[in-house]
Ligand binder design. Structure first.
Ligand code: HEC
Length: 134
């Protein structure tokens, strides 16, 4: 991806972003034949993620946080592992990546799989505010 991105000038980048934004967003579906229980992940999302990604995972332009639905579940899992393992969000010049990386650094494989499964439920309308700590 970096090799391709390096070939794009500012104009092509803007054009590619505009094209991507115009594509229909299809809610994330599960590719896991045995999705794990998501109760703890729902609570984790409410406690630790929705402050930046919004309660419905739509992302927030002000925080520059990504929408968390509209991509495939395996992609979420791969990104969370990359953040956790220092492949993403570890560059000192990266302002946005560390926000998720600092949380992902504490996640086990099982918690990442559960969060990935939960993000499928979120994409299909689950409301994590129901389990918010008061
Ligand atoms: C302090 C704000 C903040 C918090 C808290 C946070 N994130 Fe993020 N997240 C971001 C930002 C900003 C980005 C875009 C980062 C980048 O450009 O690498 C992002 C990116 C991501 C991505 C990559 C999306 C993609 O399309 O590549 C995933 C997955 C993600 N976050 C999941 C989570 C989960 C799950 C949690 C809770 C455990 C969480 N984030 C907590 C701000 C946050």
């Amino acid at each position: 991806m970096r090799a391709i991105a390096l070939m794009l000038d500012e104009e092509s980048l803007a054009e590619a972003a505009k094209k991507a934004a115009s594509l229909p967003r299809i809610p994330t579906t599960s590719t896991n034949p045995n999705p794990p229980n998501t109760k703890a992940a729902q609570k984790m999302f409410a406690d630790k993620c929705m402050i930046c990604h919004r309660w419905n995972g739509s992302g927030e332009v002000v925080f520059r946080s990504s929408p968390l639905w509209g991509v495939q579940d395996w992609y979420h899992a791969a990104q969370l592992r990359k953040y956790r393992d220092g492949w993403r969000g570890a560059d000192p010049n990266d302002f946005d990546g560390p926000k998720t990386a600092v949380i992902a650094s504490r996640l086990t494989d099982e918690e990442i799989d559960a969060m990935t499964a939960y993000l499928v439920e979120l994409a299909h309308g689950d409301d994590p505010r129901a389990v918010m700590e008061r």
